[in-house]
Design a protein. Structure first.
Length: 215
């Protein structure tokens, strides 16, 4: 089974909880001979921001015109992200909630792959058809405050957004989620909250390995 792990936090593990979640997941699966694991680090990859330059590049390619360096980088980055997603059976996202949403670099990765004809399409009646129903997703998310209460849940635009994109539009089956929250709001219980979350990350990673073994 091909597993793509999308790492979306460049803070060190001692400072970033979702970075700890990533490291815990990777440590748990490192000896799994039945998994082919690749990592796409959104902060380490060359990922110019999505904008008009990419559309300019599309037009130039169609017309056989020479691309600028930025246009070529954008096309290369978009293709690399799409290829990584295409090859994956399971995609694991380790990401924080920053300012109520996802990091801009993760948004850029999504912008690259959120494409009609690749992740979804429309039928003759305009109905959207999901094109990635054969893939599965796992979300590992950390947020320092509490966003699972009725009063705050609608403010949360990281996990909700990822569910809507990868589950709703792309059609992936979201097989597991681990959300660590409240460690900044409750400093006196932070260690306990984080440790419990990391234990659940280990369980999710072990479950993935065991599922593959059973198959």
């Amino acid at each position: 089974m091909n597993v793509l792990v999308v790492k979306a936090n460049n803070r060190p593990a001692e400072a970033g909880v979702s970075s700890k979640m990533y490291e815990t997941f990777m440590e748990t699966i490192k000896d799994a001979k039945n998994l082919n694991v690749s990592v796409y680090d959104v902060f380490a990859e060359d990922t110019p921001y999505f904008g008009q330059e990419l559309f300019n590049a599309f037009g130039k390619v169609q017309n056989g015109e020479k691309l600028t360096d930025l246009e070529q980088r954008l096309l290369n980055a978009k293709q690399k992200a799409m290829d990584a997603l295409t090859a994956a059976d399971v995609v694991v996202f380790a990401f924080p909630l920053w300012n109520l949403t996802i990091p801009a670099k993760l948004q850029t990765f999504i912008d690259y792959v959120y494409a009609a004809g690749f992740a979804f399409k429309y039928d003759a009646n305009g109905k959207m058809i999901q094109l990635m129903t054969d893939k599965k997703a796992i979300f590992l998310n950390a947020r320092g405050g509490f966003y699972s209460t009725p009063e705050t849940s609608q403010m949360e635009m990281s996990v909700n957004y990822m569910r809507n994109v990868f589950g709703g539009v792309f059609g992936m089956e979201i097989i597991d989620e681990v959300i660590i929250e409240g460690h900044n709001a409750m400093r006196d219980k932070a260690e306990q909250i984080i440790d419990e979350g990391l234990r659940r990350v280990t369980e999710v990673a072990t479950k993935l390995v065991n599922q593959v073994v059973l198959v």
